[in-house]
Design a protein around this ligand. Structure first.
Ligand SMILES: Nc1ncnc2c1ncn2[C@@H]1O[C@H](COP(=O)(O)OP(=O)(O)OP(=O)(O)O)[C@@H](O)[C@H]1O
Ligand SMILES: [Mg+2]
Length: 241
């Protein structure tokens, strides 16, 4: 469980999110929606300690993470996969090196054989075949997302945060990525947080949903309650469906 309590984050001297209190439940899909610039990416980065909190507390599995030293935080982060908004692969590394990167970083395996096997198995989980020696520049957008996804799940994280997983993909490839996110959650019992503007993604995956507007939280609850909500912001959002 990720419990965010009265969190405010400033960046460059400006408030970005303010007084956010929300609990993200384990073992389900939580969607994070809101207009561009409302603070979604910053909120999730702050929730895992990539940005400092100006105020408030964040507990992950009951542990207060705000004041942790870098080493303790890094240990907690092995439990959290993050698919960054632009897939952010290392362009000078091949697919194998990209996907294995977290294993090297956290010194997870001892032999190269073990690492190769784990990378192979993870690429299979995201339905990629025969790409280990390819460079990111030689992959399509959908394949790059899958490689990013493989890198995010290779440590078998309990939590995974997907930032705009379908943006920039054609509808069919986007739909395949949505399937993959849904099945990874079920098979690996992950706690998935999905930041998205993609309405199909919300409709197909949402169990819980959080909505931000102008730096503030406007809704947090089940998707069923969201659809019944009479809040003007929610109604406006739903009118696009
Ligand atoms: N590193 C940073 N330094 C200063 N300001 C930042 C930084 N990162 C984000 N911001 C600002 O914080 C605000 C919220 O950004 P954020 O990326 O969280 O929005 P978002 O809701 O994820 O938008 P989008 O849907 O377009 O991705 C924006 O005004 C942005 O310019
Ligand atoms: Mg964003």
């Amino acid at each position: 469980m990720i419990k965010i309590d009265n969190l405010s984050v400033d960046l460059g001297g400006k408030p970005i999110v303010e007084n956010i209190s929300v609990t993200i439940q384990n073992n389900c899909n939580t969607m994070l929606v809101g207009k561009s610039g409302s603070g979604k990416s910053v909120l999730m980065k702050a929730a895992i300690g990539l940005f400092p909190a100006k105020q408030g507390e964040i507990h992950i599995d009951g542990q207060l993470i705000n004041k942790l030293k870098q080493r303790e935080l890094s240990k907690i982060r092995t439990n959290i996969g993050y698919l960054f908004q632009n897939a952010a692969l290392f362009d000078s590394m091949n697919v194998y090196q990209n996907v294995a990167f977290p294993l090297f970083e956290h010194k997870k395996y001892s032999t190269e054989r073990e690492i190769i096997n784990k990378v192979k198995q993870t690429l299979e989980a995201v339905q990629l075949d025969d790409v280990m020696m390819k460079m990111p520049a030689d992959l399509s957008g959908g394949m790059r997302k899958r490689v990013g996804l493989a890198r995010s799940i290779i440590m078998n994280p309990k939590y995974i945060i997907y930032d705009e997983p379908t943006t920039g993909l054609d509808p069919v490839t986007g739909s395949e990525i949505i399937d993959l996110i849904g099945s990874l959650q079920k098979e690996l019992q992950m706690t998935s947080i999905i930041i998205t503007h993609d309405i199909e993604c919300v409709e197909r995956l949402a169990e819980d949903i959080i909505m931000l507007e102008n730096r503030n939280l406007v809704f947090a609850g089940t998707y069923n309650d969201f659809k019944q909500s009479e809040l003007a912001s929610v109604q406006q959002y739903l009118s696009f469906f």
